[in-house]
Design a protein around this ligand. Structure first.
Ligand code: PLP
Length: 405
């Protein structure tokens, strides 16, 4: 059970007023608010244990190193990875995908090799592959959607040829909320000897992920979308793949020895972590994962499903509404348009009522093209949202509709 009143006390920002109205924060897909314990982990880190990590002989450095490496183990446990060497800290999902596309792609993909993406990808899971296409001449293929905005699995199967080497798809769509059948996607890819990266930016905050059960080759996510700090994220990769891949960036930390003639790279995971890592961010991320798992991902999933169902049924009663994302298995995202009201105008009017939603293409322009629209209004929910807030959101939407009619 989610005790939402108790939970809300952990998030001071939720007490804010915007234009003298209580803040209703429904932009959780873009970033989540931070519980007090995460902010405290950041200030405790800077106030008490700050010292650059690794190779330090002094006490503080060793303490900070231990905290950072414990955070890595915390992420390992969270994803159920086999080894903490498989957890690479990055700046976020975007950098994690760039790392995989660049390092794996440069070494293992060649001209004519095919990479399968899907129509519902975030730009972060499109552009790095296009950059690889420019460098290596790979071919990008795209899984289309059915009319419920689910991936067309028959079409997916038919995309494979003997040249298909990699599949990179999102677990949950940031626009549609569609939860993709990633286990099946991975199994099909593996039966064709293709590797798979799963973009978990929108899944880890809402549902339990087990990378070993999925048999994912790579799995990526951002801390800030799961109640953690900005500027840090995770690339999970199977050890044998990461071992075989070249470093992504060069510098300190990622080396064993350096001379002007030859540099020997460090072992995993450090080989992929050039420069001073965000060791304060990693400990704050670990704290966020503790927080989320204390509530329980099963509880979160059940509570958010209730919110989504309620919001969807209320929104559907407004004449002229069109919902984008009607998958059977959906996460707590509600994208819509009403008549010909521009998404931006709707967003502005909601904002004036203290209601924060996101409008626009949501960094998914190819998806917008497939849907034949320029953008949507997107409300995305968290376990700290309430049915009362949804009522106010629906009233706000109705007010906007009245203003335009
Ligand atoms: N992938 C998906 C599905 C997302 O929703 C986002 C962010 O909205 C990203 C990737 C990029 O995440 P970040 O900007 O934290 O790197």
């Amino acid at each position: 059970m989610v005790d939402v009143n108790k939970i809300r006390q952990d998030f001071p920002i939720l007490e804010r007023s915007i234009y003298n109205k209580p803040l209703i924060y429904l932009d959780n897909g873009a970033t989540t608010q931070k519980p007090r314990c995460v902010v405290e982990a950041i200030s405790e880190g800077y106030y008490n244990t700050n010292a650059n990590i690794h190779r330090g002989v002094h006490f503080l450095s060793q303490e900070a190193t231990e905290a950072h490496e414990n955070a890595r183990k915390r992420v390992q446990k969270f994803l159920n990875a086999e080894s903490s060497d498989e957890i690479i800290f990055t700046r976020g999902t975007t950098e994690a995908i760039n790392l995989a596309a660049s390092s794996y792609g440069d070494k293992f993909l060649k001209e004519g090799d095919e990479v399968i993406l899907s129509e519902m990808e975030h730009h972060a899971n499109i552009v790095p592959w296009q950059m690889l296409r420019e460098r290596k001449g790979i071919v990008i293929k795209v899984i289309p959607m059915n009319d419920k905005q689910e991936l067309d699995m028959e079409a997916y199967r038919s995309l494979f040829t003997e040249n298909t080497k990699f599949v990179s798809v999102t677990h949950v769509s940031n626009v549609l909320g569609t939860v993709n059948p990633v286990k099946e996607i991975i199994d099909i890819a593996h039966s064709h000897n293709a590797k798979v990266l799963i973009d978990g930016a929108q899944s880890v905050p809402h549902l339990k992920v087990d990378v070993q059960a999925l048999d994912a080759d790579f799995y990526v996510f951002s801390a800030h979308k799961i109640y953690g700090p900005t500027g840090i994220g995770v690339l999970y990769g199977k050890k044998e793949l990461l071992d075989a891949m070249p470093p992504y960036q060069g510098g300190g930390e990622m080396i064993a020895t350096v001379s002007f003639d030859k540099t020997v790279y460090n072992e995993l995971p450090y080989k992929f972590e050039a420069g001073t890592p965000d060791y304060i961010g990693s400990t704050a991320l670990a704290r966020a994962l503790d927080y989320v798992e204390d509530i329980g991902l099963e509880n979160i999933e059940a509570y958010e499903a209730e919110l989504l169902e309620y919001a969807t049924s209320e929104l559907k009663q407004i004449p002229g509404v069109k919902i984008y994302g009607n998958a059977s298995h959906k996460s707590a995202v509600l994208s819509f348009l009403i008549n010909d009201i521009h998404h931006y105008d709707m967003g502005m009017i909601l904002d004036k009522q203290g209601i924060a939603v996101r409008t626009g293409h949501h960094c998914a322009q190819p998806l917008m093209s497939a849907l034949g629209i320029e953008g949507t209004v997107r409300a995305s929910f968290s376990f700290y949202n309430t049915k009362d807030e949804i009522d106010m959101f629906i009233r706000g939407v109705k007010r906007a509709v009245d203003m335009f009619s």
